[in-house]
Ligand binder design. Structure first.
Ligand code: SAM
Ligand code: SF4
Length: 340
């Protein structure tokens, strides 16, 4: 691993953006605030569940904000809160408020399963959350229960409306497309956004240890697009998003996007880093190496040394991810811990 030559803090942070060995500059941090969840999506966590971390193993808000501040000083301008399920972390709106106060941070987003949005959407908006993604893989109640192993479909549907009412417009809707499971609902989701300011995003199913993934489980982006184009005319949108392919449909309030980590890699343009709830920095979702900051945060390590640890974590990033077959056997974390 390449060592980094540090300038004294704060010059080290301000002058040097977070570059990896391949010249990618990192401006987007995803923070998983908990490994716990109120759903049990079959593609995200193993059926037997995972061993949840004890409270003491999870970063406090103070620790999260300290690390986030360092990232922002090194050029991160977008943070997304995720989980597990971020809305179940006690006082999550307070964390949003604290992050919103960081000078230089332009966007604070959240990805949620939507179960608690009826109660929390307004408070999250008032706290300073700027963007919201809701994950929902089916518009059919019985199927929802098969995917999530929980009976919260009505909560999520009401949560989506509550989020729109609270002003999260456009709202993003994440749909993991799985062959012979929910791929017969692509057109229903498109219809769902006809009169709603929602960007529906179809995501290719990704392999993680123990999540039942098979190559035949993927619905390739090109097939999804072809199916939708049999009924609708998709007009390409010029957006700055490096990972999504975005389209509008004439007369629709909503838009349609595709995210294709499996069939059309976007590693070359990746600007993302991840801070996991236990304090580990992951430079790639699909690669196991990590640098843990928690002990350093608790033993008096100064900001300059933390910056060096963060830069070292970024140097661990590979040019691209491994072949699909290897991803299923790789000793990586479960998706529920990493937050997507
Ligand atoms: N609980 C929140 C939620 O569901 O939105 C945040 C965490 S969840 C792990 C983040 C995103 O990862 C969700 O949109 C979920 O659908 C997606 N996801 C989980 N497992 C996946 C997989 N195997 N392939 C693709 N996306 C996945
Ligand atoms: Fe929970 Fe989100 Fe994973 Fe579903 S996808 S189990 S809601 S963390």
């Amino acid at each position: 691993m390449a060592a980094t030559n540090l300038l004294p803090y704060p010059a080290a942070t301000a002058l040097h953006p977070l570059m990896d060995r391949f010249g990618r500059r990192h401006t987007y941090l995803r923070i998983s605030v908990t490994d716990r969840c109120n759903l049990r999506c079959v593609y995200c966590m193993p059926p037997q569940g995972i061993e949840w971390k004890a409270r003491a193993q999870i970063l406090s808000f103070e620790e999260i904000v300290r690390v986030a501040r360092l990232f922002v000083e090194m050029g991160v301008d977008k943070i997304r809160l995720t989980g597990g399920e971020p809305t179940i972390r006690h006082n999550i709106t307070r964390l949003v408020e604290q992050l919103a106060a960081l000078p230089g941070l332009k966007t604070i987003a959240m990805t949620t399963n939507g179960v608690l949005l009826m109660e929390k959407a307004r408070a999250l908006k008032s706290a300073g959350l700027t963007r919201l993604n809701v994950s929902l893989d089916t518009l059919r109640k019985e199927r929802f229960e098969k995917i999530t192993l929980r009976t919260k479909f009505d909560h999520v549907m009401a949560g989506i409306e509550a989020a729109l009412d609270a002003g999260f417009q456009p709202l993003k809707l994440n749909v993991v497309a799985m062959k012979d499971f929910n791929d017969d609902e692509l057109l229903d989701f498109v219809e769902f956004v006809r009169n709603r300011p929602i960007n529906v995003r179809f995501i290719e199913f990704m392999p993680f240890k123990g999540n039942g993934w098979k190559p035949t489980g993927i619905v390739p982006f090109a097939d999804m697009k072809r199916t939708i184009e049999e009924r609708y005319s998709l007009l390409p949108l010029e957006t700055s998003a490096a990972v999504a392919k975005d389209f509008s449909i004439k007369g629709f309030a909503g838009t349609v996007s595709f995210i294709s980590p499996m069939t059309a890699e976007f590693c070359e343009f990746c600007t993302r880093l991840r801070l996991i709830a236990d304090g580990s920095i992951k430079s790639c979702l699909l690669f196991p190496s990590e640098v843990n900051l928690r002990d350093a945060l608790r033993d008096g390590t100064d900001d300059c040394e933390l910056v060096e640890m963060i830069r070292n974590a970024v140097q661990l990033k590979m040019e691209g991810h491994s072949a699909m077959a290897e991803l299923t056997t790789m000793d990586n974390r479960h998706m529920v811990e990493m937050g997507g």
